[in-house]
Design a protein around this ligand. Structure first.
Ligand code: 3HC
Length: 275
């Protein structure tokens, strides 16, 4: 395996492209939007710079990773991929369309993975003629720093596909955890209701947002409080995951999403951010 295609250059796609390029793979990072690709390239560069400045990468590794990363708006550039990881917007119909198009483009033996945080992998697999080669690779944000990747087997995923994906995950310097294909998988099944409860606590006036976050940081040793984490993940993403899981989202969460307060990415969620 030499070349990895990454589809979607948002926060997750660019992070995935970065770890693949750092692990020595040639990467094609595809997006429909040139502007978004330029932003992604700049953010990968700055992340690699930071890791090198902390001695986590040598300058040679940093430079090689940048050379390994190619950005493109041409879907056909993904043709030479030996493995593809899709990280497009979390919309079922869009993902199915991307998988159908990839299925017609890339070699028959290529595994197609989705970084979906909640959409059933079995449904995505059904959109292709290679359901045995479809698998979920759920990376965590921020991808360059987080160790875990949830590996989700569709009902149709073959043992060979699973094995290759586990090996690739380890080559990327990550630890795979295999889970069954059920709504929210394991991490979001537990995390999303917890974040929602934090929003309910705020809505009910149990404490200030700062105190809710502080309580969980120093009370449960969380690296960041749940409201900060919800802003970090994106409030629209939190809402979407809760809906896919059939959980009742907090009214405050729904209101904030309707107002376009989506967290860090829009500059305002529970907190304000300079963007
Ligand atoms: N690349 C390189 N360096 C990065 C980086 C990146 N992408 N992102 C952050 N950093 C750096 C920061 O710049 C900072 O550097 P500095 O020490 O020189 O200032 C360093 O990492 C540490 O960051 P911070 O000081 O801001 O804060 P923390 O010590 O709290 O670490 C964190 C940041 C690793 C994000 C930590 O807060 C954390 O683990 N938070 C929880 C993250 C989490 O739960 N992620 C999962 C979300 S759920 C998900 O992704 C699933 C999805 O489906 C919803």
């Amino acid at each position: 395996m030499k070349t990895i295609g990454v589809i979607g250059s948002g926060i997750m796609g660019s992070g995935i492209a970065q770890v693949c390029a750092t692990a020595g793979f040639k990467v094609w990072l595809y997006d429909v939007a040139q502007e978004q690709l330029k932003k992604a390239h700049a953010s990968v560069q700055s992340s690699l710079e930071k890791l090198a400045s902390k001695g986590k990468l040598t300058t040679a590794q940093r430079d090689q990773a940048i050379r390994n990363l190619n950005i493109t708006t041409q879907f056909s550039d993904l043709k030479e991929s030996d493995f593809c990881i899709e990280a497009a917007t979390e919309k079922k119909e869009l993902k199915k369309k991307i998988f159908k198009n990839l299925d017609s483009l890339v070699k028959a033996e290529v595994i197609l993975a989705s970084n979906t945080s909640s959409i059933p992998i079995t449904e995505i697999a059904a959109a292709t003629k290679r359901p045995d080669k479809i698998i979920g690779m759920h990376f965590m944000n921020p991808v360059p720093l987080m160790e875990c990747v949830e590996i989700i087997r569709a009902k149709t995923t073959s043992d060979a596909t699973h094995k290759t994906t586990l090996e690739l995950t380890k080559k990327l310097g990550k630890t795979p955890v295999t889970v069954k294909d059920a709504p929210g998988f394991v991490i979001n099944r537990i995390l999303a209701p917890m974040l929602n409860e934090a929003v309910n606590c705020l809505e009910e006036g149990l404490a200030t947002k700062e105190d809710i976050d502080l309580a969980m940081k120093i009370g449960c040793n969380f690296p960041m409080g749940p409201l900060s984490l919800a802003d970090f993940v994106g409030l629209d993403t939190c809402l979407y995951i809760l809906e896919v899981m059939g959980r009742k989202p907090s009214e405050l969460l729904k209101k904030m999403v309707a107002e376009g307060k989506l967290g860090r990415k829009t500059g305002e969620g529970f907190y304000k951010y300079g963007i």
